[in-house]
Design a protein around this ligand. Structure first.
Ligand SMILES: [Zn+2]
Length: 235
């Protein structure tokens, strides 16, 4: 499990990303105890059932959550969080999470307004500019200033490993996203989107860890299974 001191040193209680040593954090993982979510929760000092998780669909919908969204345990989650790929909260002690295997887990933190956000930004979510949608919600809901916001791009598909079809690469290029041949740059695309919204480059940390190349993480590309890593963030 990784802990991001870039955020924790600035006042976030937990900014973590789990991998294979902790176990599968997907719902399927329940059938093979110990469940990854329980292991991660113990390591981070939170209750597994308190973690707010959306039902992700590779979209660009971002929701503000609070204690009302907790306690839905291992089920499908809170009904308001169906079809949601980004969570934001300004409530301390409410852990928010997303599940990934090669998609970008994007962590956001506004230390001035005390707001955190966790975003699932894969190819489709990045094309739909979910990172920018999240920053817009922070600006609108809490009057966050982009120059205050810190971001971490967690372990995910790197630009050297993420090869796609010609048609997908063309779509990506048409939207002005960075690529090299048929290799998409998810990291660069999200950095660019954040910079376009006014976030300072030195406020963005790219973990530079590739889930496809580094076998300590679950990777859909490499393994084609439902197993997932958990990105966890708590104010
Ligand atoms: Zn790679």
């Amino acid at each position: 499990m990784l802990r991001f001191s870039f955020l924790e040193d600035q006042g976030v209680s937990v900014a973590a990303f789990s991998g294979k040593p902790e176990g599968d954090c997907s719902l399927r993982g329940i059938t093979t105890p110990p469940w990854g979510r329980d292991v991660v929760s113990r390591l981070c000092g939170v209750a597994s059932s308190d973690i707010v998780l959306p039902s992700q669909v590779h979209g660009a919908v971002v929701r503000v959550v609070d204690k009302r969204h907790q306690g839905f345990g291992a089920g499908a989650g809170h009904p308001e969080l169906n079809g949601v790929d980004g969570l934001l909260t300004n409530v301390s002690g409410v852990p928010i999470g997303i599940l990934t295997a090669d998609c970008v887990p994007l962590f956001l933190f506004d230390p001035r307004k005390r707001v955190v956000g966790i975003i699932h930004a894969g190819r489709q979510g990045t094309l739909a500019r979910i990172a920018q949608r999240a920053v817009e919600v922070m600006e609108k809901t809490w009057s966050s200033s982009p120059e205050d916001i810190l971001a971490v791009i967690g372990p995910s598909a790197c630009p050297d490993c993420y090869e796609v079809s010609e048609a997908i690469a063309e779509d990506w290029e048409r939207e002005g996203m960075p690529l090299r041949g048929r290799y998409l740059d998810l990291w660069g695309a999200n950095v660019k989107q954040l910079e376009e919204k006014g976030i300072q480059r030195n406020h963005i940390e790219v973990a530079c860890i590739c889930t496809i190349a580094d076998t300590q993480w679950f990777s859909y590309r490499r393994e084609k299974t439902t197993a997932r890593n958990l990105a966890l963030l708590m104010l």
